[in-house]
Structures are given as structure tokens and as C-alpha cells.
Design a protein around this ligand. Structure first.
Ligand SMILES: [Zn+2]
Length: 162
């Protein structure tokens, strides 16, 4: 399973909701996504990054792989934090991105059972980053214009030297 890289147009698409109770492909998709994420290596991956337009994300921040279907950030703290962020679909660059410091995410697990995650710090950042992917939003879309231009220049240079 290959991870798509910017400017692949599939990364700009909005993924569709899934129904875990009747989508028999999901367990295999999640397993393949988790494998691709670990291989990269990365801490999170959205289905749109592997060309599958389904609202499914996986992440692994120390506690093992968590898979979420139809994740929605239902609450964000007013407090925000700016940190350098990278993305497996933009290899080689990082850009400063402002995110809510904490958030609440509602989703379904692979059995279709509702989940509610309260996260802060790095995990909250990963959840916001991955759910952004499901709406076709990348870190460069969240960066300040000057930062975005500089990052894209670096990205092109890296692409030319690859
Ligand atoms: Zn990403």
C-alpha cells in the first residue's frame, strides 16, 4: 500500500462516511494502513492518503494502533499551540501549524460502537491533522502564507533532488 504524496489530486478529495457494521473491507483497510504507517514511519494516517475515499484514520502514539471511523472533532479548546508539523504525504518538510491544544473527538470503532476521545497536546494535534485529511486539508493549507511559500519551495527542491 503506497502513501500518496502532494500534489496527488486524491489528497484534495473529501472522504465519505463509512458504515462499519456492513463494510467488510474495513478491517483489511485498517490493517494495511497501520502497516504503511509503521513502515513510513509515522504516527498517523488517513485513508485519503492511500487513495481510499473513506472517513477512516489510524494513529499510534505509544499506546498501540487506534482506528477511528467517521471521526468528528466536536469540541476544541480556545487555547491553541503552534508546533512544527510534518506529513507522510509531504515528505521532507515541516511547517508551523496552529492547532487547538485539546479537543474532543467522536467516532465509531470497527464494530460500529460509538467512541469519544478527549485528547490534549500531541494526540490532539494528531487527531486534528488526520481528520483534516478526510476533508482534503493538508498542513500547507493551515500554514501562514509566507511559511507555506517557503515550505513549497523546499518541497520542490527536495523533489528535484530525488
Ligand atoms: Zn498528514
Amino acid at each position: 500500500m503506497d502513501i500518496l504524496e502532494h500534489p496527488n489530486p486524491a489528497l484534495k478529495q473529501t472522504a465519505l462516511d463509512v458504515d462499519p457494521s456492513c463494510d467488510s473491507e474495513l478491517p483489511r483497510l485498517v490493517k494495511a494502513m497501520a502497516h504503511a504507517m509503521h513502515e513510513a514511519p509515522g504516527v498517523g494516517l488517513a485513508a485519503t492518503q492511500v487513495g481510499v475515499q473513506k472517513r477512516v484514520i489510524v494513529f499510534d502514539v505509544d499506546d498501540g494502533v487506534v482506528a477511528l471511523c467517521n471521526p468528528v472533532i466536536v469540541d476544541r479548546s480556545a487555547e491553541t499551540e503552534v508546533e512544527d508539523e510534518g506529513c507522510l504525504s509531504l515528505p521532507g518538510i515541516t511547517v508551523p501549524v496552529e492547532r487547538a491544544y485539546s479537543c474532543v473527538c467522536e467516532a465509531l470503532d470497527l464494530k460500529g460502537e460509538p467512541l469519544r476521545l478527549e485528547a490534549e497536546g500531541f494526540v490532539a494535534r494528531v487527531l486534528q491533522h488526520e481528520t483534516d485529511h478526510l476533508d482534503g486539508v493538508l498542513i500547507i493549507d493551515r500554514a501562514e502564507p509566507a511559511e507555506r511559500r517557503a515550505a513549497m519551495r523546499r518541497y520542490r527542491e527536495l523533489g528535484e533532488s530525488r
